[in-house]
Design a binder for this molecule. Structure first.
Ligand code: ADP
Ligand code: MG
Length: 712
């Protein structure tokens, strides 16, 4: 039977009904899905270690000859222990197996095997407890790199690996129609999809693995770059909603502000004004460090639009943030006679009707809200300006959908974190970029400490001191509820090539709900505590946030829902539990929640992780306060994944990017190159309608979570 990417896995030899059902639980039903089941790493069994003091403590391959027959003994707990002597060169060791009686039938005295395991020093000399055994013979060459696949109970590495190899042997390479056209492959210097599968699933060198991996990274980046370019294409040729600078009477706005604009803000606002008075619609990204005052720039843009007779809409990624913006905007713009509205999924039906009516009639001039703003029923009277706050959490498509609510509106995008320029270019397509490179006066730097569990008592003492001095404290935990048991991580160490972001055993996660309960009942019964997380309704969140802002809550235990934008100046202490779990830019955002008032503020990062990268990252947090520098490190150490915010529930629900590999790409040159090529290709085929781009169109859909129909 001819095997294609669409063939069911059961058509491959060696895969029966039972196993195919297990595979389907992992989302693998056809050959294409099987081939895209990538290893999370490899064992490099070609790198053979010698029995020696240097190898003690190391996990790896040992080629040993068995020198005596295996002996099995019963030990405590009804277990058995099988031992056997083996040697290489002039050293010998004891092979140790628990509950594997059959070993004595496997190992033959005088024969040589390749074992994989960790060498230790036992009571009587070297000991090795191998997890795999392969006979070494003259006629079969052993594989050097053994892929390790994500598994499910009932399936083995060996099974998956041989099934994939048999698929690769049975499928005609021409059956795999590459999503990347040849011209693009050439420009990006990458192999074909078929070759990449070979390289990834059956490599014989680390170079090969890299080459294969690179191919898929390139595919994702390129598809993404295409979607961005498609979303932006053509906009430059549109006629914008022309603004008359005279009509704005901008000094009214500056007079209504409680502070004087910084020079950087004034510069950015003048760039915005210039865009809005030009012939084509504005498409600008405002980037700036945490607390640099991006909001007021958005407000200025809204003011200008409204004074010229247009409506303005602003979309924020969370309800907390949307509400905060609503209050801020309403305070200033309301004073200037501009009617403001708020819309989210959780406003009452009556309120929603009222807002929708106000927007359609044009009575409401400025509206802020969550993604509810882009839902179907929302119609505008004369929308002229679309602002998205903390943009990367939305993705390009939401911006496109909101923009469709009007004919070529001006678009302003506020970035959440300082984004390295290269990345901004890619994530936000061909937006013009304004940078606020100055903080408002009087800001005190936040002191950052990194501590371990053993300092917890002292930390509680510090919390108490701050609260008694009248201040408030944030504590951020990585998860909402108690952690589910972590997926079993095999004991073997292996080459990771960054396939898996956090393969190390992590310290146990702190959960916001349990944590708050313990603080309230055991640690600080005298203080008022509360928790906040993404699964609470908008109303509940708002109630807690308002209480905290009003100073009626001393300690707010939260997940990262407070990460972006939240502004409570009286909070002076930010504690992040399991700090190793967070990206640096995320930690920087969290740290930015304090140091907003005149009091000295602190950020304590709690972590017991001992891995090198985690410690390096936390060390950087301690010494660097410039968000752009941190973002650059972050990109280098973790790739763009954190900027695209793959983990945010919100983002996932609303069509964020489905990067499997590119999120880990730390090669910014590659990012840029992919983007340049995408622009070229989209210029030649704006809607990807050409026959030779059919596969690419599918890939674009996969990476953006949208179907081809939505794109066109
Ligand atoms: P971000 O850039 O992180 O979004 P915000 O716009 O929320 O920052 O501003 C942070 C805080 O700084 C707010 O309380 C805001 O009122 C204040 N702020 C903004 N601009 C100025 C300024 N020019 N002078 C003083 N305070 C300012
Ligand atoms: Mg902000």
């Amino acid at each position: 039977m001819k095997i294609t990417l669409e063939s069911k896995v059961t058509e491959l030899s060696g895969c029966g009904k039972k196993r195919s059902e297990l595979l389907s639980l992992m989302g693998i039903e056809n050959v294409g899905q099987l081939l895209r089941h990538f290893p999370r790493g490899y064992q490099n069994r070609g790198d053979v270690k010698a029995l020696s003091d240097e190898s003690v403590g190391e996990t790896g391959a040992f080629i040993l000859t068995v020198s005596g027959s295996a002996q099995t003994a019963r030990i405590s707990g009804g277990r058995t222990l099988t031992k056997c002597r083996a040697f290489d060169g002039d050293k010998s060791c004891t092979l140790v197996f628990f509950n594997r009686n059959y070993i004595k039938d496997v190992l033959v005295t005088g024969c040589t095997y390749r074992f994989w395991g960790k060498l230790i020093r036992g009571k009587t000399g070297y000991e090795l407890s191998p997890s795999t055994i392969e006979p070494v013979t003259d006629n079969v060459k052993l594989r050097e790199f053994i892929p390790l696949y994500p598994l499910r109970a009932g399936l083995t590495q060996k099974f998956i690996s041989s099934l994939i190899l048999s698929a690769l042997d049975q499928i005609e390479p021409s059956e795999i129609r590459d999503a990347l056209p040849e011209s693009v492959r050439e420009a990006l210097d990458i192999c074909t999809e078929y070759e990449a599968y070979r390289y990834i699933h059956d490599p014989s060198s680390t170079d090969m693995i890299e080459k294969g991996r690179f191919r898929f990274i390139a595919e994702e980046l390129f598809s993404f770059a295409c979607s961005v370019t498609m979303a932006n294409e053509g906009r430059r040729n549109l006629i914008g909603k022309r603004i008359d600078p005279e009509r704005s009477k901008f000094y009214d706005f500056t007079a209504a502000l409680p502070f004087k604009l910084t020079a950087a803000q004034a510069k950015v606002i003048s760039e915005i004004r210039k865009d809005m008075t030009s012939d084509s619609p504005m498409a600008r990204l405002v980037s700036g460090d945490v607390g640099s005052g991006k909001t007021v720039c958005a407000m200025a843009a809204a003011f200008i639009a409204v004074r010229n007779g247009y409506q303005a809409a602003m979309m924020a990624p969370t309800e907390i943030l949307a509400l905060q913006h609503y209050k801020d905007f309403n305070e200033i713009l309301g004073k200037l006679g501009i009617k403001c509205g708020y819309l989210s999924g959780s406003v009452t039906a009556a309120k929603r009707r009222e807002i929708l009516y106000g927007l359609e009639s044009g009575e409401i001039k400025f509206v802020v809200g969550t993604h509810a703003l882009i839902s179907q029923g929302v119609k505008y009277n004369n929308l002229g300006l679309v602002i998205t706050d903390e943009q990367h959490r939305f993705g390009v498509m939401q911006r496109a959908v909101l923009s469709q609510k009007a004919v070529s509106p001006h678009v302003l995008v506020m970035s959440a974190t300082p984004i390295p320029r290269t990345l901004a270019l890619i994530l936000c397509g061909d937006l013009d970029i304004s940078v606020i490179d100055e903080l408002p006066p009087g800001r005190q730097p936040v002191d950052t400490l990194v501590i371990g569990e053993k300092h917890r008592k002292r930390m509680y003492g510090f919390i108490e001191k701050e609260i008694l001095a009248g201040r408030q404290v944030y504590i951020v935990c990585p998860s909402v509820e108690a952690q589910e048991e972590e997926e079993e991580v095999p004991e073997e160490e292996f080459l990771r090539f960054d396939f898996d972001k956090n393969p190390e055993r992590m310290p146990k996660l702190k959960s916001a709900i349990d944590y708050e309960k313990r603080l309230r009942e055991d640690v600080f019964p005298q203080f008022k505590t509360a928790f906040l997380h993404g699964r609470m309704s908008g109303k509940e969140k708002d109630a807690v946030m308002s209480e905290f802002a009003a100073g009626r809550i001393d300690i707010l235990v939260s997940t990262t829902v407070i990460e972006v934008g939240v502004n409570v100046p009286n909070a002076t202490l930010m504690i992040v539990e399991n700090a190793e779990r967070f990206g640096m830019s995320q930690l920087h955002q969290l740290r930015g929640r304090v140091g907003r008032g005149s009091e000295k503020s602190y950020c304590i990062l709690v972590s017991d992780s001992k891995t090198e990268t985690a410690m390096k990252r936390l060390e950087i947090m301690k010494t660097v306060s410039d968000g752009y520098k941190i973002a650059k490190y972050d990109l280098e150490l973790r790739g763009p994944g954190d900027f695209i915010s793959l983990n945010s529930q919100n983002a996932r629900q609303h069509g964020a990017l489905n990067f499997r590999m590119a999120g880990l790409c730390t090669d910014t040159q590659m990012l840029e190159k992919a983007f340049r090529e995408a622009v070229k290709l989209i210029k030649s085929d704006p809607m990807l309608e050409k026959e030779e781009h059919a596969e690419l169109k599918k890939a674009v859909g996969t990476v953006t979570g949208l179907t081809a129909a939505t794109l066109s």
